[in-house]
Design a protein around this ligand. Structure first.
Ligand code: AMP
Length: 207
């Protein structure tokens, strides 16, 4: 009889730009003790390093709304997972095209337990409005009309098929992300509780 090795748990968090992935992940990570890793945020951090060889490439891809090669995004994710020394990860904004899925399957999938895919389902008109508001408030340079049009196009042509792919594998749980953040959180939290039940001791203690 072999020894059962417990693999790190991973939840992929997907949805269009502006669907609220980042906002919800911050709350989920703190309540359920997951590490929140946003592929977009890791790329923005890499882009801001003066000595990074990927600075220019990431900047161009982001402004064009294109998805950077998986060697970069998956490399940054792997490094962040390893360095965190933790075992539960919310991976936000990855995988969002076939290149991402192939790179992940080749390098990481075998070493982790993919719990499910959390899909933030939100009409694109609402997402666009939210991103433009965020752009005006934060100055994020890919939240302008032109970059957004390209990001949405990329989402429809490259990311939607990935969500369908995981849906066929019965791994997708969708939440209605058009609601107010607190209401979305209630739905997401209920879903998370199914996968991370509080221990019996905790339940007894509640009585
Ligand atoms: P986000 O912060 O998730 O809206 O991502 C911002 C930008 O980062 C995207 O438009 C892409 O250019 C890039 N990006 C984010 N996630 C990925 C990914 N998984 N693979 C490649 N590029 C990505």
């Amino acid at each position: 009889m072999g020894t059962k090795v417990l693999k790190p748990k991973v939840i992929f968090v997907l949805g269009p730009p502006g669907s609220g992935k980042g906002t919800q992940c911050v709350r989920l990570a703190s309540e359920f003790n997951y590490v929140h890793l946003s592929a977009g945020e890791l790329l923005r951090q890499e882009k801001s390093k003066p000595d990074s060889k990927y600075r220019k490439l990431i900047d161009t891809y982001m402004k064009e709304g294109k998805l950077v090669p998986v060697a970069i995004s998956c490399g940054l994710l792997k490094k962040a997972m390893f360095e965190s020394q933790r075992d539960k990860f919310l991976i936000d904004g990855f995988p969002r095209n076939k290149d991402n899925v192939d790179g992940w399957n080749k390098d990481v999938a075998g070493y982790v337990d993919l719990q499910f895919v959390l899909f933030f389902d939100c009409p694109l008109e609402i997402c666009i409005k939210r991103c433009l508001k965020r752009g005006a408030e934060t100055g994020r340079d890919d939240d302008n009309e032109e970059s957004l049009r390209k990001r949405i196009k990329t989402y429809i042509s490259e990311s939607s098929p990935i969500i369908q792919h995981y849906n066929m594998l019965k791994l997708v749980h969708a939440v209605d992300a058009s609601k107010e953040p607190d209401d979305v959180y209630k739905d997401v939290k209920n879903l998370m509780l199914k996968y991370n039940p509080k221990s019996c001791y905790f339940i007894l203690f509640q009585f």
